[in-house]
Design a protein around this ligand. Structure first.
Ligand code: CO
Length: 199
């Protein structure tokens, strides 16, 4: 069977199973969403946020891009953040990086990646900021992992500085911000940093 046909069939089976286990499920889903969390993650196919956190549809509002970046000039992510924080009033925003991130690795190398250059410049900036520490790590794989952590933390700090978050903190003392990293080798999440509302 073709890959694409398989997707449609698997969807049918999934919907049927859902209905069997919870006959009201889709009825409830139709009316509204009240996600408690905004997830900002990498587009990497190995890190589907709801699957790795075992959460139901309706639980997390999601934005994914290459290397899970929060960039102040990126209208796409800012629109998602604004809607999640101001309209949906999420309680948490998670920025989840992952070890083995190809985007972060590409940013470490001096190669021309076309359109991606501008995007990865945001990671190169983080690298530059932490160069004294990173240049002390002789092992490239280890340096890569460390840059993943620095990049992920930097995105949470970018987030904290947005007017959207500052306004929400003043108004409703939420959301709290979280920097996490996903470990491909174990499937487990690691907490890097937690920033409570109003920090
Ligand atoms: Co990635």
């Amino acid at each position: 069977m073709k890959t694409i046909e398989k997707l449609i069939l698997q969807n049918k089976a999934w919907a049927q199973e859902r209905r069997l286990n919870d006959p009201e499920f889709f009825e409830r889903q139709q009316h509204s969403q009240k996600p408690h969390t905004l997830w900002i993650g990498c587009s990497d196919s190995r890190i589907p946020p709801d699957l790795i956190t075992d959460t139901d549809p309706g639980t997390m509002f999601v934005h994914r891009n290459i290397a899970n970046l929060v960039v102040h000039t990126d209208l796409n992510s800012l629109s998602v953040i604004q809607y999640a924080v101001e309209a949906l009033e999420v309680q948490h925003v998670i920025v989840c990086g992952h070890y083995g991130c190809g985007g972060v690795n590409a940013a470490m190398k001096e190669q021309d990646l076309g359109l991606l250059n501008g995007w990865l410049a945001n990671i190169r900036e983080v690298y530059h900021h932490h160069r004294p520490e990173l240049s002390q790590i002789p092992d490239e794989a280890e340096r890569w992992q460390r840059l993943v952590e620095h990049t992920t933390r930097a995105q949470v700090h970018n987030l904290m500085k947005t007017a959207i978050i500052q306004r929400a903190w003043a108004k409703r003392k939420a959301p709290s911000l979280h920097a996490w990293v996903y470990q491909l080798q174990s499937g487990e999440l690691k907490v890097l940093e937690t920033i409570p509302a109003g920090s």
